[in-house]
Design a binder for this molecule. Sequence first.
Ligand code: GSH
Length: 312
Amino acid sequence: MPELILHHYAMSPFAEKARLMLGGKKLAWQSVIVPPVMPKPDLVALTGGYRRVPVLQVGADVYCDTALIADVLEHLQPEPTFFPEPEKGLARTLAQWADTTLFAAAMAYSFQPQGVAEIFAGAPPETAQAFLADRAGMYGNQPPRMHPSDAAGALRSYLRRLSDMLDDRTFLLGSQPCIADFSVYHCLWFVRRLRALHGVLNVAPAVLDWMDRMQGIGHGSFRKITAADALAAARAAQPHTLLSDSTFQDDHGIALGSPVRVRAESFGLEETHGRLVAATRTHYTVARDSEATGLVHVHFPRLGYALRKAEG
Ligand SMILES: N[C@@H](CCC(=O)N[C@@H](CS)C(=O)NCC(=O)O)C(=O)O
């Protein structure tokens, strides 16, 4: 098993999804804590621009986004599967809904004033201000966050639907957790940690019981390392992808080897520049070279990311 390095921070819901996926696969990993706001020099040295969390590093390969991290973990440790047949397409689609729509409602609900007071309790007021200013700048031209009252209503509707799915199942799509469970869980995990706001979950006791089961999966075993250790691990390795999908799918008229830039379609729009080494059905891979990391390959899922030509 190669050494897995997760770049993350404690309160990030998507990081909780990744930690729990590592636990679901009973994997051992190394933990690098990243600042929750910019600047993030060590993370950006590895990704070449992408700032979001979590990122999974395996030597000189850098996997961005939990959708891609799930594929890497599945490849490394196929059992128990995140993608059980015959529900694989349904599981991925439900996961994508949770990572976007449910996540947006959960965050809009949580970041109302009572939530903010609790999230930053004990920290100096500048910390909350810096966090909120950082996040306000992350959306580009995207529509602003939902109003908390709209988010509360949406969340209750979603909880009732999820509760209905759990009427006759232990997990959302069957007797074992699949990728959809991990994606739904991390959004609700964030809400549940807020004493002033978690009462909204009481509308769905079956969801709370399911959350207890999900929490029981744990985070696997991990040890802390420094960002400098992670950069050294990148320099000591050569890129070697763990993604099995390699057929070139050219939807952009961009040849392999071209200078490109890749960025998330919404939220966190910092670009990663490099040379295109793969554009498959499911992911893009960009090669970058720097003194801090040596040659690294940075991988993004195709869904949710924009690929463009860059100046040579
Ligand atoms: N689709 C991405 C979303 C990642 C994401 O939005 N992460 C949040 C933290 S939960 C983030 O990076 N926020 C800004 C930051 O930490 O700089 C994934 O699945 O990994």
